[in-house]
Design a protein around this ligand. Structure first.
Ligand code: ATP
Length: 235
């Protein structure tokens, strides 16, 4: 197992956002977390990234506890998050944004290789390499945010709502690329409000409701689950 969350509880002051979440991610998988607004999906990712510290529970990555490890050290250990809303640096160029993704690395050859990988996945980023990040379209900014995370050479990529605010045709493009990133060897934990899409593109899924795991199964089974169909697939 690559990552395990066991009974993780994360609070914002008195607000109990995660009430005991248990999740497993195996190497090579795409795992999705689906759920409505405010269910605790983003909180789960931020707890894994070390931005939030849980009150209780265990987070084990490659056999080691990562609770209380600093966020930059967690990145160095191979976990990298693409935050909701992209959060690229608007005034830096595309190239500079990508460079920021590699700021903790010293392996120059590896960085060069990963630049090429990112440009192969997102040719538009090469075309726009000198353009300021903030002047890119929404879809291009999402590509840049994913590309920047890949520049950290993650073993586990955490994606928060990659489809948010994108036109349907672009959403398909982004998800095809997410699948390719996975096929190239990166494990992915994905948060999505678009349950249909997330379940189509993942191996397994968890349904999260008000800070608790309500269902866990293969994505194929969740797509057929009556409860999921009613609550999340609009059927
Ligand atoms: P969305 O899809 O709307 O982003 P989510 O499933 O990602 O939803 P979270 O952002 O994890 O949900 O929020 C979980 C709960 O924690 C919500 O009730 C939310 O209001 C609360 N919450 C999130 N961030 C904070 C914060 N900074 N301070 C206080 N409460 C917060």
């Amino acid at each position: 197992m690559l990552l395990e969350l066991d009974n993780v509880k994360t609070y914002y002051g008195n607000i109990r956002a995660l009430k005991g979440i248990s999740i497993e991610v195996n190497e090579g998988e795409i795992v999705c977390l689906i759920g409505g607004n405010g269910a605790g999906k983003s909180t789960t990712l931020m707890t894994i990234s070390g931005i939030l510290t849980p009150e209780e529970g265990r987070i084990i990555y490659q056999g080691q506890s990562i609770i209380s490890v600093r966020p930059d050290n967690i990145v160095q250990m191979g976990i990298c998050q693409v935050p909701e809303g992209r959060m690229i640096f608007p005034l830096l160029t595309v190239m500079e944004n990508l460079d920021m993704g590699a700021y903790l690395r010293k392996d120059k050859d590896g960085i060069k290789e990963d630049f090429e990988k990112v440009f192969a996945l997102f040719p538009v980023l090469r075309e726009r390499s000198k353009q300021a990040g903030g002047t890119l379209s929404g879809g291009e900014q999402q590509m840049l945010a994913i590309g920047r995370a890949l520049m950290a050479h993650p073993k586990l990529l955490l994606l928060d709502e990659p489809s948010l605010g994108l036109a349907p045709i672009l959403v398909d493009t982004i998800f095809d690329i997410i699948r390719r990133i996975n096929q190239q060897g990166t494990t992915i934990l994905l948060v999505e409000q678009n349950a249909q899409l997330a379940l189509q593109f993942s191996h397994r899924g968890y349904v999260i409701e008000t800070g608790e795991i309500a269902l866990a199964d293969t994505s194929a089974a969740l797509l057929k689950n009556e409860q999921v169909k009613k609550a999340y697939l609009g059927e």
